[in-house]
Design a protein around this ligand. Structure first.
Ligand code: CMX
Length: 134
């Protein structure tokens, strides 16, 4: 793994949280993006070499809706950049971690992504992400 690519924060109301975090950071999000397959609306703030992603559920059965129902708003996942997601997935599977998809999926912000189950990582949901080269 190369670096922390972003930290994801689950929020109830993206528009209100964009205002709140814009005030906190002193800058606007550089991107707003809906990811239908994950059932989320997202925004991204550039924070030096890393990012903060805010996530609002767009469907009642999405991972973010379930998370907020159970735990409330807050840090949802930590995403790590990897150079080659397929080889990293194989490596982690061989190490005994539980991958939440067999293949990388298309995620927000032009990334291929894969999650690891938080039960195998001390209760922290980990995302691997690789930039899609255009
Ligand atoms: N961080 C830590 N623990 C989490 C968690 C999270 N984000 N989400 C769920 N859990 C915990 C639950 O609290 C539960 O713990 P207990 O068994 O102790 O109660 C356990 O994981 C299993 O949870 P569950 O309710 O049985 O299962 P869910 O249906 O909530 O699924 C998970 C959990 C992680 C498998 C699912 O949320 C998932 O597949 N996540 C990956 C995809 C995702 O999060 N997409 C949204 C973000 C997309 C993006 O970044 O663009």
């Amino acid at each position: 793994m190369l670096k922390i690519e972003h930290i994801g924060i689950a929020v109830k109301d993206l528009s209100q949280s964009n205002d709140l975090f814009s005030k906190l950071f002193g800058k606007e999000p550089y991107k707003l993006e809906k990811v239908e397959t994950e059932g989320v609306s997202t925004s991204f703030f550039m924070m030096g070499d890393s990012k903060i992603e805010l996530l609002e559920a767009t469907k009642p059965d999405s991972a973010i809706a379930k998370f907020i129902e159970k735990k409330g708003e807050g840090i949802h996942h930590i995403a790590f950049e990897v150079a080659d997601i397929c080889s990293e997935m194989k490596r982690l599977q061989n190490e005994g971690f539980t991958l939440l998809s067999e293949q990388p999926k298309k995620g927000a912000d032009n990334k291929l992504i894969c999650f690891l189950h938080p039960k195998g990582t001390n209760g922290v949901l980990i995302e691997l992400c690789q930039e899609i080269k255009l």
